[in-house]
Design a protein around this ligand. Structure first.
Ligand code: LMR
Length: 394
């Protein structure tokens, strides 16, 4: 039977991760996969996570199943973190999922179940796994213009004119903040315009929010998501705790489905429970329980938010350092966009050939579309990267 299998395409980000591991050079620099690393190159367990795990170890007296949707306290805590009071709680169905990828996967399955001919509009570019999962599920992905490769900002006019082509029952996938892979984000006025187009076309938004707290702060990064959720009848939100709680391998995510009226919430809730049961039954609990413990304890929450803010500010500092260094070396401000982008990533705008040259000649690893992970840098490697970028002729 297995002889009929065909080789599947490798995930570009994960393949790069392996190439980096296999590279014997000691001065190599990993700017590939989206994992936060501190100045020593370590992805630390956050203080509040350690404390919450310690508390769980002491107090948890069973590992029996939770519910199909996970612990309701986790959903409540996460809904508060992401949405505040933007949407009535009674309209929201929510399921714990294995990470943000699990949330996206379940959302796409729910979309297909509700409307088998739905198309999902995706930003060009978007996180490659969005497209990969959509293809796998046989859902048509329709790219909308997003990144202006001249300004390295958002091509907002292009985006709006493409979104106007969506039909009722189509879905528009948006990045809540810290756009992956470009780092270019919508401003509050632009969010409002997107809502107007969604309401005019009848398309349903799906927001992927995986980097809350990495851009302009926990509240500011949730603002777009809250405005959309409050401004449209129905909405899907896929959230990840991998990055902002640093619990990558625990697979901690949440999918929310917001109904047009509270009477439909139960059906959505039942659908999410069914989809969890079909795909993996009960979602992972450990990461979710750690997150709940932190969010529901004032001291742990304050400590987590403070550490997250330090992470955010360190990435902003590296952005500024890199933009300044490039300005000095290039004698122009053509790299100023790096200081304007937000989140973990920036798209440099280099050709795949130049990205390959940076890897071969300098041991600098970035994704083929020239996405670089700012958090892979430190004060010492920024000048090395800047020098290599200029020398390579980016
Ligand atoms: C990334 O974009 O690098 C991260 O979201 C990790 C992943 O799973 O691709």
């Amino acid at each position: 039977m297995f002889e009929t299998l065909k080789a599947q395409p490798a995930d570009k980000i994960l393949a790069l991760m392996q190439m980096f591991r296999d590279d014997p050079r000691t001065d190599k620099i990993d700017l590939g996969v989206g994992v936060y690393r501190n100045a020593d190159g370590i992805t630390p367990v956050m203080r509040a996570v350690k404390a919450a795990e310690h508390r769980l170890w002491e107090t948890q007296d069973t590992k029996a199943y939770t519910g199909l949707l996970g612990d309701p306290a986790y959903a409540d805590a996460m809904i508060g973190l992401i949405l505040g009071d933007a949407v009535p709680r009674a309209a929201i169905a929510a399921a714990a999922t294995p990470g943000g990828t699990g949330a996206c996967r379940q959302a796409f399955e729910m979309i297909r179940m509700a409307n088998p001919s739905a198309r999902v509009f995706v930003s060009d570019p978007t996180w490659p796994n969005h497209i990969s999962i959509l293809n796998y599920l046989g859902i048509e992905a329709v790219p909308y213009r997003y990144f202006d490769s001249e300004t390295r900002g958002v091509d907002f006019d292009g985006m709006i004119s493409d979104l106007k082509k969506a039909a009722p029952g189509d879905v528009v996938l948006l990045h809540g903040c810290c756009h992956n892979p470009t780092g270019a984000n919508l401003n509050p006025v632009q969010w409002q315009e997107v809502i107007a187009v969604l309401n005019a076309t009848g398309a349903v938004p799906m927001i992927d929010i995986a980097y809350q707290g990495f851009g302009d702060g926990l509240e500011a990064d949730a603002a777009g998501t809250r405005t959309v959720a409050a401004g449209v009848p129905e909405c899907l939100i896929a959230a990840s705790c991998s990055k902002n709680f640093g619990v990558y391998r625990e697979r901690t995510g949440l999918l929310m489905a917001i109904a047009a009226d509270t009477g439909r919430q139960g059906l959505n809730q039942g659908t999410l429970a069914f989809l969890n049961r079909q795909n993996y039954s009960f979602p992972p609990d450990h990461g979710a329980r750690v997150v709940t413990t932190i969010l529901n304890d004032a001291d742990l929450r304050a400590d987590w938010a403070a550490e997250l803010e330090d992470v955010r500010l360190s990435m902003l500092g590296l952005r500024r350092q890199l933009a300044d260094e490039l300005q000095r070396l290039a004698g122009s401000d053509r790299f100023a966009f790096i200081g304007d982008h937000r989140g973990m990533f920036s798209r440099l705008g280099a050709s795949p050939a130049l990205v390959e040259k940076l890897r071969q000649d300098h041991g600098i690893y970035m994704v083929g579309d020239s996405r670089l992970n700012i958090a892979g840098l430190n004060a010492k490697t920024v000048p090395i990267l800047a020098d290599a970028i200029i020398r390579a002729g980016v």
